[in-house]
Design a protein around this ligand. Structure first.
Ligand SMILES: [Zn+2]
Length: 134
């Protein structure tokens, strides 16, 4: 029996999964709700505004603890991204021998515009209570 070498896509997919798993274990063990364990967001420190990632560690902790509503409360964008990213990751693993295709520029622009709108929306005073900025 001969084992095929792993493709670059497969190595990258499993590397991303390993990093996400390690971060998940860390934020599960070291609760980001308790102050002093993690550095503050530099964007928030400098500007006073929430960046698209603010609240992600708490959201991930809440997800790993099974508290889905709290995760949405801390960073809904992270929860939504994970809901889309995990199926894409699994699909990428199934296609591990196919050549890598570049991300269509329209999709990349959509992601960037979505992150920009998310950042603006979560910093608007009128939406802050609704979007539960961290
Ligand atoms: Zn931030």
């Amino acid at each position: 029996m001969t084992l095929k070498p792993l493709s670059r896509n497969c190595v990258e997919a499993w590397s991303c999964a390993a990093v996400l798993a390690a971060v998940s274990v860390l934020v599960t063990v070291v609760d980001p709700h308790q102050p002093g364990h993690y550095p503050a967001c530099p964007f928030r420190v400098i500007t006073g505004w929430s960046c698209p990632g603010c609240g992600s560690l708490r959201a991930l902790h809440d997800l790993t603890s099974g508290n889905f509503p709290a995760a949405l409360n801390h960073n809904a964008a992270l929860v939504i991204v994970l809901l889309f990213a995990v199926p894409l990751w699994l699909r990428g693993l199934r296609r591990r021998d196919s050549p890598r295709r570049p991300v269509p520029s329209g999709r990349a622009a959509l992601v960037l515009v979505s992150l920009l709108l998310w950042t603006v929306a979560r910093n608007l005073p009128s939406l802050r209570a609704l979007l539960a900025a961290p």
